[in-house]
Write a protein that binds this ligand. Structure first.
Ligand code: GLN
Length: 469
């Protein structure tokens, strides 16, 4: 109830495309019964979560923030959505995003842009009343689990430490505000504002990590194939992964453990059985080798990000880790390579939206061609149409070897940069996520979409192309 109240109160931020109030109330009631009967399903039982609007949710509109799918109600749940439901989570709503997840700001949506909760120049009271769950805390402990309670206690702690922030946001220009990042901006603000405890985003080139960084929450891009993509409406099949947004690393691990695993409905999920993460294990930090890839230090990176990056490296070194510089020489080619591969896969993926099978169908139906053309030109925004055109150009028979095949080769080199780093004994790579903190809306929309991605995704895209996290 408190989360729903918070979500409704923060309407101005445009976090949710749709609140699933009735579903949430029903699921919360069922969860309460399970708590009373002592058959709690998991650490997530009764915990409010949200899902980006590119995950299919049975009988609930799934729009991808596009006119094309404005009234699309999928007949099934995405595997990860079903897993959340089976774990007892309460679905509070579907979150705003850039159309078809193309973008880095959550500014290109038919539902309008999402605003960052921090620094928005307005005063917001963060959610404090989680009293209802306090009963559950004891019940979770009663069934021998301390983690669920940790989630709630951390929440209380977080809220009390952040409630001081009320009114402390920096002033912003009249009518301007800071973007949430994207394309999973709605999911990130849902978590940051306390409307939910966890949310699903998706990540093709940074779309989970980027808004997490701008909103100050944890964003996890799992390795490709660890979580099922079944029911996640595709952007780039060879790079898409479901992303996890939470307020603490512990909570991200809890979600990962619940969501990971082989899925017969997604042939790209890895078949090996998944060994759950156990963060309670002690780590001997002196045995960890941390690599700082020098090519990630790129033009456009703000002083603040640079200082934080080296500050974190210093902390890890002082704690006993070995910090070394490594070279990942193909990083600077990543933006160009990503642009070609992304647009080629987009061109082929978007072919399914033809006005015949599902989604928008315009009235111009004198011929099938005319119906296709008018549906697609009215259904997609400029960014989507631009990528379809570019992708089809790269895939023309005469261009294919020069663009698509070349990009595949560069992709292999980028992936090799990672394998070389791991085989040289590096355990962890430490890099920034974005080059700056959240830009202002006016500043952000003055750049075109390609330029936005080039500057925002420099540090995040290579991991998608390599397939790892
Ligand atoms: N900004 C990138 C793009 O627009 C990444 C998007 C994503 O990860 N979904 O393609």
């Amino acid at each position: 109830t408190a989360c729903l109240y918070q979500a409704e109160k923060l309407k101005k931020l445009n976090i949710f495309v749709r609140l699933t109030k009735e579903v949430a109330e029903h699921q919360a009631k069922e969860s309460d019964v399970r708590y009373t009967n002592g058959n709690v399903r998991s650490l997530l039982d009764g915990i409010p979560v949200a899902v980006k609007d590119n995950y299919c949710t049975r009988n609930i509109e799934t729009t991808c923030s596009s006119r094309m799918l404005e009234s699309f109600k999928p007949p099934y749940n995405a595997t990860v959505v079903q897993k959340l439901q089976d774990a007892g989570a309460v679905l509070l709503g579907k979150c705003n995003m850039d159309e078809f997840a193309m973008g880095s700001g959550t500014v290109d949506s038919i539902h309008g842009p999402t605003k960052n909760i921090w620094q928005s120049g307005e005063k917001y009271t963060l959610l404090r009343n989680v009293g209802e769950r306090a009963t559950s805390v004891e019940q979770v402990q009663g069934c021998n689990s301390t983690h669920g309670s940790k989630m709630v206690y951390q929440e209380l702690h977080h809220l009390s430490s952040h409630s001081n922030k009320e009114g402390s946001s920096s002033p912003s220009e009249e009518g301007d505000w800071f973007i949430a990042g994207g394309s999973s901006g709605g999911s990130a603000v849902a978590v940051a504002s306390g409307a939910v405890f966890a949310a699903l985003g998706s990540d093709t080139g940074g779309s989970t990590r980027n808004p997490a960084a701008y909103c100050g929450v944890v964003g996890l891009k799992p390795s490709y194939g660890l979580l099922s993509r079944h029911g996640l409406i595709p952007l780039v099949n060879s790079m898409d992964v479901p992303g996890i947004l939470t307020r603490t690393v512990d909570d991200a691990a809890t979600l990962l453990n619940i969501l990971a695993g082989h899925d017969l409905l997604d042939s790209t999920t890895v078949q090996d059985s998944f060994i759950p993460l156990d963060l309670s294990q002690d780590i001997d930090i002196s045995r960890i080798r941390i690599g700082i890839p020098k090519e990630y230090n790129c033009p456009g990176m703000s002083d603040e990000v640079m200082e934080t990056w080296s500050g974190v490296a210093d902390i890890l070194e002082r704690a006993g880790a070995e910090v070394v510089q490594v070279s990942m020489p193909h990083t600077p080619s990543s933006i160009a390579c990503y642009s070609v591969l992304n647009q080629c896969e987009v061109a082929s993926n978007m072919a399914r939206y033809d006005g015949i099978e599902f989604g928008l169908r315009t009235a111009e139906n004198r011929s099938t061609e005319e119906l296709y053309a008018s549906t697609r030109s009215q259904g997609f925004n400029e960014t989507v149409r631009g990528r379809i055109l570019a992708g089809n150009y790269f895939l023309l028979q005469r261009n294919y070897p020069h663009y698509f095949l070349q990009a595949l080769k560069v992709r292999r080199l980028i992936a090799q940069d990672f394998t070389h780093a791991w085989s040289s004994g590096i355990d962890v790579l430490l890099t920034p996520t974005t080059l700056t903190d959240a830009p202002r809306y006016s500043q952000f929309i003055s750049r075109d979409n390609r330029e936005q991605c080039a500057s925002q995704d420099y540090c995040t895209q290579p991991a998608n192309m390599a397939g790892n996290n």
